[in-house]
Each structure stands twice: as structure tokens, then as C-alpha cells.
Design a protein around this ligand. Structure first.
Ligand SMILES: C[S@@+](CC[C@H](N)C(=O)[O-])C[C@H]1O[C@@H](n2cnc3c(N)ncnc32)[C@H](O)[C@@H]1O
Length: 272
């Protein structure tokens, strides 16, 4: 029998490792569709995936339904080319044609109107001032249909203010989340993702994030200032028996001061 070669830093593709470590696009697309239906009573067909990187959400979206369309927006030409090539391999011709790859700044780029815009994995935290953040939110507002929904995520809790490293073992590698530096005066947060392999090799700083740690009330206020009429927070559930997060997010107005939490924010153009 042929021996399967172990993954090493040289052989691995950092985008593949990223997707396996931090993304769950089947969950995300299912959640987007469910939330859109819950608020608008309509079916969501067109989405815009901001900060799309390898455009995994867009791929999963067009695969869900034959009438689904996705606009995948990213600043970086290199990552968009990767996304295009990968999608070509992993989608049928018809699915591939329903993904529109757009090189541009999510803060200013116009696209045809969509039902839902997503900004996942905290990517919009690149905007470090209120005016920059509101400018981005106003652009998403403009790109949405009248009953459009904007979905974004956030993390927080006192651990978010700490400099720490967290390792998670995967089958062929270890994912390391490195909250490298945090400045409480500005809330500037520098984070890295490193990958480590069984042969001792590693990919240091495979991804680098220069963010501002935004709080939920700040994000909510900026969304309202950009014009969104209803803004709800959905907190991730907790399984007491297993002592870990569940895959469900609940709409709530009050929750425990957990050390580390993840939330989705659902912002609608219409008041609900
Ligand atoms: C954290 S990754 C996004 C990953 C992916 N969307 C996810 O859900 O995990 C951040 C991506 O945002 C892109 N990016 C950063 N600033 C941007 C901007 N202003 N407009 C569009 N894309 C931007 C980067 O090129 C990078 O590919």
C-alpha cells in the first residue's frame, strides 16, 4: 500500500489550512438563509461576500440552489485569482458562472443590489475609526435591496483584551491563534495565525491581522448611524454538559460576561 505523506510547512497551502481551521461555510450559508427568511419571509438568492479571500462562502452559496448568485469582493488580486481557480475546480460550470469575482475595496465598491451582505471572521475590523467603519456600513446599506440584511460577526469578552496563544489540533497540523499585542488606549489588536506540522516545521504568521477590537454597542451604533433600522445580536450557545460552544446562535439582549464569546450581528434595512 502507498504510504500517505505527512503534511509539512513546505507542502501545505495556507488557504486550505485556514479554511479547515476557521471556516464552516455550510453552517454559515444555512444560517444566512434561515435568518433572511425569518426577518423578510422571503427566500435569499443574491449575496455579496465582503473580504471574501478564497470565496468559500460564495462557493457554498451557489451550490445550495440553482438560482443563487454570489458577488465575492476582495482587495487582493492574488487571493481572488486563487479563489477563481479553486472555484473552477470545485464547482460545476453553471455554479462557477454564478459567482462574480470582484477586485475592490468593500468600503467603496458598488455591486448590483443583493439580498444579503456578509462580513465574516471579523474582517471589517480593519476599519479602525468610527468614520471609516460607518463609511463601510453605508456602502453595504447602498448595495442591499430594500429588505436587505447585513450579517457580520464579532468576538469579545475579557480574553479578547489579553495577549495570548491558543492551539487547536487538527488531523494533519496544529492551528495557533496568536493575540500578539493589544493596546487598551486605542483597542488596536494585532493577531497572527501560525500553523505547525508533525515534522516540526511551521508556517509562522501565515495570516496577519491589524484590527481594532470593536465592542457590540459601538458596532450597533455605527450600523444605526449608517441607516440600518433594526440591529440584533445573536450569541453563540453553550453546552453545559460538554463544556463547549454549540453550533447555535440565539437572539438575545442580555448575556453572561463570558471570558470569550462569538456573536453574529444581524442588521436590517427595514425595522422589525
Ligand atoms: C480574514 S480574511 C477573510 C476571510 C474570510 N472572509 C472568512 O470568512 O474567513 C480577510 C480578507 O479581507 C481582505 N481585505 C482586507 N481589507 C479589505 C477591504 N478594505 N476590502 C476588501 N477586502 C479586504 C484581505 O485581502 C483578505 O483576503
Amino acid at each position: 500500500m502507498k504510504k500517505k505523506l505527512k503534511l509539512t510547512a513546505k507542502k501545505a497551502n495556507r488557504y486550505d489550512l485556514y479554511e479547515e481551521s476557521v471556516q464552516n461555510v455550510d453552517f454559515e450559508t444555512e444560517f444566512f438563509a434561515k435568518i433572511f427568511k425569518k426577518y423578510t419571509k422571503k427566500q435569499c438568492t443574491k449575496i455579496r461576500e465582503d473580504f471574501c479571500a478564497s470565496a468559500k462562502i460564495s462557493q457554498a452559496w451557489v451550490k445550495r440552489n440553482k438560482s443563487n448568485i454570489a458577488y465575492a469582493v476582495d482587495l487582493d488580486k492574488k487571493i481572488l485569482n486563487f479563489a477563481k481557480n479553486r472555484s473552477k475546480q470545485e464547482c460545476t460550470v453553471n455554479e462557477f458562472e454564478r459567482i462574480k469575482f470582484i477586485k475592490g475595496n468593500s468600503q467603496t465598491k458598488s455591486t448590483p443590489k443583493v439580498d444579503l451582505v456578509s462580513a465574516c471572521n471579523f474582517s471589517y475590523w480593519v476599519f479602525k475609526t468610527r468614520s471609516e467603519l460607518i463609511k463601510y456600513f453605508k456602502n453595504t446599506y447602498k448595495c442591499l435591496n430594500n429588505s436587505g440584511v447585513f450579517m457580520l460577526d464579532a468576538f469579545g469578552g475579557y480574553e479578547a483584551h489579553q495577549e495570548l496563544e491558543e492551539s487547536t489540533k487538527h488531523k494533519n497540523f496544529t492551528y495557533v491563534w496568536d493575540q500578539h499585542s493589544f493596546n487598551p488606549i486605542t483597542n488596536d489588536l494585532t493577531c497572527y495565525i501560525h500553523f505547525e506540522f508533525p515534522d516540526g516545521s511551521s508556517m509562522r504568521k501565515a495570516f496577519v491581522y491589524e484590527w481594532r477590537l470593536w465592542s457590540l454597542p459601538e458596532i450597533k451604533e455605527c450600523l444605526q448611524e449608517a441607516g440600518f433600522k433594526s440591529v440584533d445580536v445573536y450569541m453563540q450557545g453553550w453546552d453545559d454538559k460538554k463544556d463547549e460552544e454549540t453550533d447555535e446562535f440565539f437572539k438575545t439582549k442580555k448575556c453572561d460576561a463570558d471570558p470569550g464569546w462569538i456573536a453574529y450581528i444581524v442588521a436590517c434595512k427595514k425595522a422589525y
